[in-house]
Write a protein that binds this ligand. Structure first.
Ligand SMILES: C[S@@+](CC[C@H](N)C(=O)[O-])C[C@H]1O[C@@H](n2cnc3c(N)ncnc32)[C@H](O)[C@@H]1O
Length: 228
């Protein structure tokens, strides 16, 4: 499980963003949730503070909080400059500007770090990675994956997607993945085949519109449930 921190952009999203990204209802938030590739999102920290149940998995958690923060500080200015240079192309409905985006990402990582050591001790931040995870069958009600599958379609192949989605379905009764476009803002080349495959396997597939959008066209979420 070697991960090179120099290759990682540890940007995370808040609980409010997760709620909008995944169309999570109050009833959903009271379920047992697994977040895969949660990175430095503050979803787990904020949910735990409200007495809810979330476990996060990410190879990033092999690093200390100081190391993750140092990497964040190394990359944040460069990334925000790149966004500023292309700001007309992004959707500023949730984050109001590149500076607002930076402010929100700093707030999120601080929130994450304030919870990280405690969360590691109570097994809420677990070092593990797709395509195979160390959880029991149907251990969770919902498994979430934000900004990893489909987004990195140009780097992670079809089999990786097929196996990772299969693993999510093994572990949870319902899974949700966002966004469905790539880093190049194109419809993921793996999506249609994944939908076809799991439809043929008897799962119920929904592609839902969500109100969150930052990358243009990145406002759709895949939900797969057992069709029973
Ligand atoms: C763009 S970040 C998204 C973080 C968080 N889900 C969010 O939306 O705020 C992608 C995350 O996926 C993690 N990751 C990379 N490869 C992974 C794998 N094979 N399995 C699980 N997580 C992985 C990275 O370490 C990183 O934290």
């Amino acid at each position: 499980m070697a991960m090179v921190l120099d290759k990682v952009v540890p940007f995370g999203r808040s609980m409010d963003e997760y709620i909008k990204i995944f169309n999570l209802t109050d009833a959903d938030l009271n379920k047992k949730i697994l977040g895969i590739g949660d990175g430095p999102a503050s979803f787990n920290a904020e949910m735990t503070r409200q007495g809810k149940s979330v476990v996060s998995v990410d190879p990033l958690y092999q690093f200390s909080g100081d190391e993750i923060l140092q990497r964040f500080n190394e990359v944040v200015d460069n990334i925000i400059s790149q966004v500023k240079a292309t700001s007309k192309d992004w959707v500023w409905s949730y984050h109001k500007s590149p500076d607002d985006l930076r402010h929100n990402r700093v707030k999120v990582i601080k929130e994450f770090l304030s919870d990280y050591e405690n969360g590691k001790k109570s097994n809420r931040y677990i070092v593990d990675e797709f395509p195979k995870l160390e959880f029991k069958d149907q251990e969770f009600d919902i498994a979430l994956c934000s900004h990893l599958l489909f987004l990195y379609s140009d780097h992670l192949d079809y089999n990786f997607h097929l196996n990772s989605v299969g693993e999510m379905l093994r572990i949870a009764k319902e899974i949700r993945i966002f966004p469905l476009i790539t880093l190049m803002w194109k419809h993921s080349q793996h999506l249609d085949e994944i939908v076809k495959y799991y439809t043929s396997m008897g799962y119920k597939i929904d592609i839902e519109n969500v109100e969150y959008e930052l990358q243009p066209g990145g406002n759709k979420m895949l939900k797969i449930t057992r069709d029973v």
